[in-house]
Design a protein. Structure first.
Length: 334
């Protein structure tokens, strides 16, 4: 998440400190505004987080397409086997026909020794004809099915290839943005980094949730304070924001989707003044559009949340105020 503790009190202190530092070192009225490095860091963090979620969603889509392709391949193999077996049956019936098994009623009468023999021969002819027709019908259906499955397999292969290319492009975009973000980190002063929470856990307090899965998930998330932020991190030692909430609820036996925007669709909505520890809280880009959600954290009580924020910052407990782009909350259990 984009530095969810700067826009208000902490942000003001950092800006003031930076202004004094710049004024003391340059004394130039034309110097760059002191807040620029932090603003750039925040903006790039938000952009990178959204791209990170895009990559994760694209990778999920790729896995789904690979599964479709695998199933289509198995179905095609089965259809081809069925077609081959039926084609063999038809070949046997056809061969027996040309070797004298095909008789008309007159020939059956002429070669029959008795009325019963004639009836037996006629019955055999009818069975053979019925078997041949049935086998031909089954073969035609099998061929049609095999062709349909072949087309499905080809479509799945093409879609998987297209999604793989999409994943590659999105990863390239994310890598580029992370490179820019890391440059922005290097532009931060030591005081700004301290204010942002680089390299240290600031809140080691104890927080309790309601009995059950919510508290289990909460304690799991709190136990990861001090863990590094990692783009696409799923734990157990490094996380991104939705990776932490997913991992924490998994510890409570609850499965969540992988990315923040999908986690926003789980459970039920709760008002901010009704939040309980263990609830998930979400942040967007300031547009109020749920599709623009880029960050998720877990409420711990006392107006605070535990989260994996962004590049350079550790998992820690922070103010719920975040970056001012709070959009809503979901209660996963209870």
């Amino acid at each position: 998440m984009t530095s969810h503790r700067l826009k208000l009190g902490t942000r003001g202190g950092l800006v003031a400190a930076a202004v004094l530092a710049v004024a003391g070192s340059t004394g130039s009225a034309g110097a760059q505004p002191a807040g620029d490095p932090v603003e750039q860091y925040e903006e790039l963090s938000q952009q990178a987080e959204k791209l990170n979620d895009d990559v994760l969603k694209a990778e999920e889509n790729l896995e789904a397409k690979k599964a479709e392709l695998t199933k289509a391949g198995a179905d095609l193999n089965q259809a081809k086997q069925a077609e081959g077996q039926l084609r063999g049956q038809v070949d046997v019936l056809t061969e027996s026909t040309f070797q004298g098994a095909r008789f008309n009623g007159l020939s059956a009468l002429l070669v029959s020794d008795s009325q019963q023999d004639f009836l037996n021969r006629m019955s055999a002819l009818e069975v053979l004809a019925a078997d041949n027709a049935e086998s031909m019908d089954k073969l035609s259906a099998a061929v049609a099915q095999a062709n349909d499955v072949q087309q499905r397999a080809e479509k799945a292969a093409n879609e998987a290839a297209a999604v793989a290319e999409d994943v590659k492009k999105r990863k390239s975009d994310l890598d580029g943005r992370i490179t820019e973000l890391r440059k922005a980190v290097n532009n931060l002063s030591s005081a700004q980094k301290v204010g942002l929470g680089f390299g240290q856990v600031k809140d080691t307090g104890t927080y309790l949730g309601p009995p059950g899965a919510a508290n289990t998930a909460l304690q799991a998330a709190l136990s990861k304070r001090g863990s590094q932020y990692q783009w696409g991190g799923n734990g157990p030692s490094a996380f991104d924001c939705s990776g932490l909430t997913k991992w924490a609820y998994a510890a409570a036996g609850v499965t969540l989707p992988r990315v923040a925007v999908d986690q926003y669709r789980v459970g039920r909505a709760v008002a901010q003044n009704e939040l309980q520890p263990g609830d998930l809280v979400f942040y967007d880009d300031g547009t109020g559009n749920p599709a623009a959600i880029h960050h998720v954290a877990m409420y711990v009580g006392e107006g605070k949340m535990v989260d994996a924020p962004t590049e350079g910052q550790l998992v820690d407990v922070r103010s719920l105020r975040g970056d001012g782009h709070y959009i809503g909350a979901r209660r996963i259990v209870g």
